[in-house]
Design a protein around this ligand. Structure first.
Ligand code: MTE
Ligand code: MO
Length: 441
């Protein structure tokens, strides 16, 4: 965990006073007004030593920007017992919260071993598949209905979709003032292939009344206090999202039973929205006649200011909105940050892009800190709400240190910002451009 802690120290230093951090780390002098760094000889060579090459577009490098090379985390030890790849990063072990470095998210379909893990409580220990039932009830159903796992698997048609699940707090580590909670950097996102029945088909059996507004899920995880009666988290979605084709009650992931840590034996999956609406270890769905009010639906949980606010502002509840569709975002999954090239070598970079309920329309890359951008090629999604593969061939003008930045644009024309967007107290929805370090020498 040592390396991770060092990373956060560096991030905190840069977060509190980036100009001073630059001076301390690199001896870099900056213009406090334009925030352009003046890499005078001493600073330039200090940075070149640390990065293993001089910064080719140094004149374009914003002051107070932590070089992407130094953002590499990694924890080689603690993961085997959870069935996770050794390259993942343990952010918390009570409860387990584990993130995936970008270069381990290169697969089109994220395997279990490389899937981030986010728990608010304790993973259930005993799951009896023979007695497991899913109940649908609530103020806005005609009748309460229950299904066994066998009912679900044999009495309804099956559907399979690749769905992006991204934690609402992915990117939280970059907010300033910092937000409490797991300090996710970029890897709290995955796109697995889920198989199950449509929630819509089950709701039809219960009979949805005209006054239905929202659904809320209930799972069987245990509250951290150990109190069996306390609900850990119970979130949901408005009826419109609940009734979509792709909203599933899933019993399989990547062609097998859902792994225990990810919701075995049953999970609500609603792609494109914060992954917190996709309830694991699903036992019950309530159809509500008002916005669902379970734990983590109320107060400031999974809410952001309706209007932008100055960082650090306290925002009253009535000026917050519940996060729905997630914003446009992308990752560079190849190469791993820190890649080395020989002079003249071309680099094929690639990654994924996604945009909540929308599709990604365009993808761009930059090697000069966002001064100029070139268009990348972009594939359509495998199905609606799956991420999209993008790739680009890059050439570098001379030896030195570079950063590759990637920027997606959604079907409504919204692009990723180059810096951390809209501050909010809980650190949600950071969709700033992902960047990696590349050295030519
Ligand atoms: N029952 C239950 N469902 C849950 C959670 C939880 O703690 N308990 N965490 C939610 C949150 S905040 C996220 S980001 C995703 C994480 O899914 P994963 O662990 O399969 O990656 O599950 C969601 N569903
Ligand atoms: Mo989350």
């Amino acid at each position: 965990m040592e390396k991770t802690r060092t990373l956060f120290d560096l991030q905190r230093l840069y977060a509190t006073d980036p100009i001073e951090a630059d001076r301390l780390v690199f001896g870099r002098e900056s213009d406090p007004v334009t925030r352009r760094g003046f890499l005078r000889n001493a600073g330039l060579s200090a940075m070149a030593v640390v990065l293993g090459g001089s910064v080719v577009f140094a004149k374009d490098m914003p002051a107070g920007l932590i070089p992407a090379l130094l953002l590499e985390g990694g924890d080689e030890d603690l993961l085997a017992k959870l069935g996770k790849d050794k390259g993942l990063i343990v952010l918390n072990d009570k409860p387990f919260n584990i993130e995936t470095p970008a270069h381990l998210l290169d697969d089109d379909v994220t395997p279990e071993t490389r899937m981030f893990l986010r728990n608010n409580g304790l993973i259930p220990t005993a799951v009896d598949v023979n007695t497991w039932t899913l109940t649908i009830d609530g103020e806005a159903v005609e009748r309460k209905v229950s299904f066994s796992l066998k009912d679900l698997k044999t009495k309804f048609s099956h559907h399979t979709y690749r769905l992006v699940l991204e934690c609402g707090g992915n990117g939280r580590a970059e907010f300033d003032p910092p937000a409490e909670g797991n300090q996710w950097t970029v890897g709290a996102v995955q796109c697995a292939e889920w198989t199950g029945v449509r929630l819509r088909d089950l709701l039809e059996k219960a009979g949805v009344k005209k006054n239905a507004v929202y659904i809320g899920y209930y799972g069987t995880d245990t509250h951290l206090s150990g109190d069996q009666d306390k609900v850990v988290i119970s979130r949901g979605v408005p009826m419109g999202k609940a009734l979509e084709d792709e909203t599933l009650i899933a019993f399989a992931m990547n062609g097998k039973d859902i792994p225990l840590a990810h919701g075995f034996p049953l999970r609500l999956v609603a792609g494109g929205w914060p992954a917190s609406v996709s309830g694991k270890w699903l036992k019950r769905i309530a159809v509500r006649d008002k916005v669902h009010d379970g734990p983590k639906m109320t107060g400031d949980s999974y809410k952001v200011p309706i209007e932008p606010v100055e960082p650090g502002t306290e925002v009253p509840e009535e000026k917050l909105r519940i996060i729905e569709s997630m914003p446009v975002k992308s990752l560079i999954t190849y190469p791993k940050s820190g890649a080395s090239l020989v002079p003249g070598q071309k680099l094929n970079v690639r990654g994924h892009a996604w945009a909540g309920d929308l599709a990604v329309k365009e993808m761009h890359v930059s090697i000069d800190f966002g001064t100029t951008w070139s268009k990348a090629s972009l594939l359509p999604p495998h199905n609606r709400l799956a991420w999209q593969r993008w790739s680009a061939e890059l050439t570098f003008p001379k030896n030195g240190y570079y950063e590759v930045w990637a920027r997606a644009t959604d079907s409504e024309g919204h692009s990723q910002p180059m810096v951390v967007p809209g501050w909010n107290a809980k650190g949600y929805l950071n969709n700033a451009c992902h960047r990696i370090a590349v050295r030519v020498k």
